[in-house]
Ligand binder design. Structure first.
Ligand SMILES: [Fe+2]
Length: 226
């Protein structure tokens, strides 16, 4: 939780937030560095073909259980200029709301055909596209009955800057009580994927999620690691 959220007494009741709060004084990053988001991808981290298709673990393996969806969008700065070469890392829960992760102790069903991890790099127009399975909502805090609505995590890596955000789905019954959504206040709309009909035959739904980095009115990001 950021300082403002703490002062206002609102925001996440997640008991891991404190663990993720810096314990040492923050270092002041020069304004020029903070204002810039200068993506570049070295050959070492460039995704290979197929890493943007999370509906299968490998091309010759069965499709994961659930509804296959497409997510597309452009990454731009506040002037609408494309951000090329941004490495986007994606992770989401499976259709049952379970992550393939050692720290997911929910006991919910795992899907042997779904890892829930993907990568893609924005093209010359700042455009990206990936496929995944529509995630399920999950009970993040059974002790207080707090759910997380359906969402997809996305990390954007550009130069020395990493921005992390989440795409939400319109109409989810748990949206309004989600701690991060509460912090977004009236800017929540921009973090909702706008539904469209995809052209790909075996994909059920498409969601447009344009991302604005930098400037005074960016997409809502959870954290900046520099
Ligand atoms: Fe999540």
């Amino acid at each position: 939780m950021n300082k403002q959220g703490r002062l206002l007494g609102i925001g996440p009741t997640d008991n891991t937030s404190d663990q993720r709060t810096p314990r040492q004084r923050l270092r002041l990053i020069p304004e020029a560095a903070r204002a810039s988001f200068t993506p570049y991808i070295s050959a070492g981290v460039a995704p290979t073909a197929g890493e943007n298709d999370m509906t299968r673990i490998a091309p010759d393996l069965p499709q994961a259980s659930g509804v296959p969806i497409e997510v597309t969008g452009r990454v731009t700065n506040e002037l609408g200029q494309p951000q090329r070469g941004v490495l986007i890392e994606i992770w989401n829960a499976n259709r049952f709301g379970r992550y393939t992760h050692i720290e997911d102790n929910s006991g919910l069903e795992l899907d042997p055909n779904f890892l829930g991890l993907g990568r893609v790099v924005t093209d010359e127009d700042g455009f990206y596209r990936y496929w995944t399975i529509r995630p399920g909502a999950y009970l993040a805090r059974p002790d207080i009955g707090r759910w997380r609505p359906k969402h997809i995590h996305m990390s954007l890596l550009g130069g020395g800057t990493r921005l992390i955000t989440q795409m939400y789905f319109a109409g989810d019954e748990h949206n309004d009580r989600d701690p991060m959504r509460i912090l977004m206040a009236d800017k929540f709309e921009r973090n909702i994927g706008k539904e469209y009909s995809p052209e790909t035959d075996d994909i059920e739904n498409g969601y447009r999620f344009d991302i604005v980095v930098g400037g005074t009115n960016p997409t809502f990001f959870e954290q900046r690691i520099c």
